[in-house]
Design a protein around this ligand. Structure first.
Ligand code: NAD
Ligand code: MG
Length: 384
């Protein structure tokens, strides 16, 4: 079997390091030819020593590059991921930069690579129509890495010609699932980062606690699978064993299950249509004893409702939702605003923004910048 070259964009993050764990196990199948990160230079140097890529890149240039990592081409600056892809032309791009900051890389990966392996859900939330149109036009597969979307994609392998009635996305409910609205208002960064089932980067863990993560995933599922909002149902499932489901017209439901471990969906995207083994814990259903399900509470988690509304409104509104959230979450992680203000800032930004059409990537960035300007003002007013 020939080796596939893969760019790991966001190599030092939660998804990036788990991707490299799969590469490490299969040196004869995968070659990490590009490694990109933001500012964690020391961590990237370590990865460069181990994986010996052709190109390495950081968006923040470090003061010093050690002698023993100078064998590869180094690229620095905000557009380093785009330049690194263009320089190395890997077969696959695992897009795991967090936020809209990863959109340009996804866009370029569609031109340069054979396949895009997508973890960076914000790229679809903001650029969904344009990205999916481009992927279809160029005939490039977009393989989902997000666990719910990977689950749906895996179930869809059994679809044949049958129409799908609904998609069921499962949600862990995040760190504050059982908290009252009052308690949630003042939840600390520490409370929120204690996710019960998944160990992830800071931004997505906050998104899980507001449940906007599930809202972003509804929008992601809409673009990936061409399903309208009303056919995408969210169910809270705290054990995170069923990763998501598809329902056919005859009421038959297919679920994809397993212990929560992101190396499952990452490995599936990397090896598709094959599978790779890693030290996955076998599923022990009797030990779990029960799987539970509940309707999401949109009174305590209004961000989920806002995401459906933004998707139905269309045009620039999902971009506004995302931009306001990125700004508010960053402010919460800096301990500038209370947890409860995140939802309020997103809601007010949506109210204050008028819908515009998105016809090119420039429109996405314009809507994002406007939303951030509105949100910045609100953050100032909500500051603790
Ligand atoms: P993380 O914060 O752990 O890692 C982010 C990575 O992106 C880091 O390597 C960072 O250096 C890099 N990065 C950030 N900004 C950059 C920039 N401007 N240019 C270049 N590199 C940049 O985040 P994560 O948890 O790995 O999540 C990454 C993406 O995957 C997010 O979009 C998230 O929603 C999605 N995702 C994550 C998980 C998970 O389990 N962590 C699951 C599903 C989806
Ligand atoms: Mg997910």
């Amino acid at each position: 079997m020939s080796k596939r070259t893969i760019a790991v964009l966001g190599a030092t993050g939660s998804i990036g390091t788990q991707t490299l764990d799969i590469v490490r196990r299969y040196p004869d199948r995968f070659e990490a030819s590009v490694l990109v990160a933001h500012s964690s230079a020391a961590k990237l140097f370590e990865l460069v020593r181990e994986f010996r890529p052709k190109v390495a890149a950081l968006s923040v240039e470090p003061e010093h590059i050690p002698e023993d990592v100078r064998f590869c081409q180094w690229i620095f600056g905000e557009d380093c991921s785009v330049k690194a892809l263009e320089a190395a032309k890997p077969q696959d791009a695992l897009c795991a930069i967090v936020g809209i900051a990863g959109l340009d890389a996804v866009w370029t990966a569609l031109d340069v690579c054979e396949r895009v392996l997508l973890a960076n859900k914000e790229a679809l939330v903001t650029g969904g129509t344009l990205v999916m149109e481009k992927a279809a036009r160029l005939g490039k597969p977009m393989l989902p890495v997000d666990s719910e979307h990977s689950a749906i994609f895996q179930c869809l392998q059994a679809k044949q010609d049958n129409p799908v009635r609904r998609l069921h996305l499962t949600a862990s409910g995040g760190a504050l699932r059982t908290w009252t609205k009052e308690q949630m208002r003042t939840a600390t960064v520490r409370d929120v980062l204690a996710h019960p089932t998944w160990n992830m980067g800071g931004k997505i863990t906050v998104d899980c606690a507001t449940m906007l993560n599930k809202g972003l995933e509804v929008i992601e599922a809409h673009y990936l699978f061409g399903m309208p909002a009303e056919k995408i149902k969210v169910t809270v499932h705290p054990q995170s064993i069923i990763h998501s489901m598809i329902e056919f017209e005859d009421g038959s439901v297919l679920a994809q299950m397993g212990n929560p471990d992101m190396r499952g969906p990452i490995g599936y995207a990397m090896a598709y249509p094959g599978r790779v083994s890693y030290d996955a814990k076998p599923l022990d259903l009797p030990a779990l004893s029960q799987l539970t399900f509940a309707e999401p509470d949109t009174d305590r988690f209004p961000c989920l409702r806002m995401a459906y509304e933004a998707l139905k409104a269309g045009g620039s509104m999902p971009v506004v939702l995302n931009g306001a959230n990125e700004a508010a979450v960053a402010a919460f992680l800096r301990e500038q605003i209370p947890f409860g203000a995140i939802a309020e800032i997103i809601e007010e930004t949506l109210e204050k923004s008028s819908r515009s059409e998105i016809t090119c990537i420039g429109d996405v960035y314009a809507a994002d910048a406007q939303a951030r300007a509105v949100a910045a003002n609100l953050i100032g007013r909500h500051s603790c």
